[in-house]
Design a protein around this ligand. Structure first.
Ligand code: OFO
Length: 170
């Protein structure tokens, strides 16, 4: 049976993951409106990953005999000014999610829930990748600056990203 404190915190985290999905869907739309379809594809995959993160938590709560309580999802921004701005927001957001995951791990540790610690370790590792991916793209965009050929080259590269399904629970 899942610990109540952790269950409530995971329910909040599910909302954050679903908000992340919304945010990246909104960015996907913005990039598509700028005719940057490769960037839009990257955001589309990112949104799918966030949905998978939410569902992995969702399944875990149920598997451990807990209760799911879905909350309203906040409206995301819809105008991102530039690719650099969008990736600055992405990196900042992922940093926020990382600290939130760390908070869940702190609860699992203080409640002596070893199963939850093992489960949450996947998210701790995933966040390293989430931040690194956003940081790399942001750094490259800064190098490219205003050079449109560079942006278009990146757009072609980001069009290659594909969704890799994750294990639904555990
Ligand atoms: Fe779910 O990792 Fe991004 O937000």
């Amino acid at each position: 049976m899942i610990n109540k404190k952790l269950q409530d915190a995971i329910n909040t985290q599910i909302n954050k993951e679903l908000y992340s999905e919304y945010l990246y869907l909104s960015m996907r739309a913005w990039f598509a409106q700028q005719s940057l379809d490769g960037f839009a594809n990257w955001m589309d995959i990112q949104a799918q990953e966030e949905h998978a993160h939410a569902m992995k938590f969702f399944n875990y709560v149920i598997e451990r005999g807990g209760k799911i309580e879905l909350e309203a999802i906040e409206k995301p921004a819809h105008d991102f000014e530039s690719p650099i701005k969008a990736f600055q927001i992405t990196l900042e957001h992922e940093g926020y999610v990382t600290s939130s995951i760390n908070g869940l791990m702190d609860i699992a540790i203080s409640e002596n829930d070893h199963a939850a610690r093992s489960f949450l370790q996947w998210y701790v590792d995933e966040q390293v990748e989430e931040e690194a991916n956003a940081d790399k793209i942001l750094s490259q965009l800064k190098m490219i600056g205003d050079r449109i050929e560079g942006v278009l080259m990146m757009d072609r590269e980001l069009a290659q990203r594909v969704f890799v399904p994750i294990t639904p629970a555990k």
